[in-house]
Structures are given as C-alpha cells and as structure tokens.
Design a protein around this ligand. Structure first.
Ligand code: HEC
Length: 126
C-alpha cells in the first residue's frame, strides 16, 4: 500500500508511466521500443516473432482484452511460460496490489502488473 498513500501516486497517468518504465526494462528487448514487435537481440533463439503489442485491441475486436493480457502476465510472473518463449518475470509480482476492472469484474492485482497493463492499454492503436 505504500505506493498509494497519496492519491496522486495512484492516478491513471502515474500507472501508465510506471508501466512504460517496466516495459522498457522487461519487454522492449523483444517487443521493440515502439511495441511493434520484431525486437532486438532478445529475439535470438526465438522460433516465433514477438507480437505487435499495439494491436491487441484491434485484434480482439476493438476492446483491449484486459483479462486475457493479465492472465498472460500472471503466467509470466509465476514462471509459467506459454510456449516457453517469454522469460519468467518473477519481479512482476509484488505485495502492493491495485484494484482494476476486467471483463470478469473487479479484482486486485500486483502493482507492477497493473502498471504494465495500463501502459499496454494506453498504447493501443485505434
Ligand atoms: C524474450 C523475448 C520476449 C520478452 C522479453 C517479452 N516477450 Fe512478450 N512475446 C514474445 C513472443 C515471441 C511472443 C509471441 C509468441 C507467444 O505467444 O509466446 C510474445 C507474446 C506476448 C503477448 C501476446 C500477444 C498477442 O498477440 O496475443 C503479450 C501481451 C506479451 N508478449 C507481452 C509482453 C510483456 C508485457 C513483456 C514484458 C513484461 C514481454 N511480453 C516480454 C517474446 C517476448
């Protein structure tokens, strides 16, 4: 809860900018600095091209698939690697949780995952 003592620290803008930092540290190496996929050195050894992360909403019919992306982030955080292509991101788990709304309803998730999710959602192409 420490991160949320001040209301301003939990504003949507703050969440997105925290997500941007997490993204550049953990994801940009494969998905690219602009999220368009096809990444850099991280791609070496992959047998699949990292996906364009700006078209998640378009590809799921217009709405950003929060629950789906969250499930994926959760799997990475837990070290479950679908297709064993993405590294586990244990540090995406945290005692600090934040409340978000998904297709399935309201839920609390680790703050780093909430930040990444907000950043990805804010980066979707119309
Ligand atoms: C080592 C390279 C690598 C890293 C690092 C990586 N990814 Fe991926 N990611 C992939 C590949 C390859 C795919 C597509 C194949 C698959 O589904 O496993 C993918 C798929 C995805 C998808 C599914 C996209 C779709 O089209 O359905 C999401 C969402 C995603 N990654 C988010 C992230 C996030 C967020 C991070 C950082 C926490 C991250 N990835 C880090 C390689 C990577």
């Amino acid at each position: 809860m420490a991160a949320c003592v001040f209301l301003a620290a939990c504003s949507p803008e703050d969440r997105v900018s925290r997500g941007a930092v997490l993204y550049s540290e953990n994801c940009a190496i494969c998905h690219g600095g602009d999220l368009r996929g096809g990444g850099g050195i991280g791609v070496v050894g992959l047998n699949k091209v990292p996906t364009d992360l700006t078209t998640l909403a378009v590809r799921s019919g217009g709405d950003f698939p929060r629950g789906e992306v969250l499930a994926l982030l959760n799997d990475y955080a837990a070290g479950v690697q679908p297709g064993r292509l993405m590294r586990p991101f244990a540090h995406l788990t945290s005692q600090d949780t934040e409340r978000i709304k998904t297709e399935q309803g309201r839920t609390r998730i680790p703050a780093p995952q909430a930040a990444l999710l907000a950043y990805l959602e804010a980066s979707q192409l119309p």
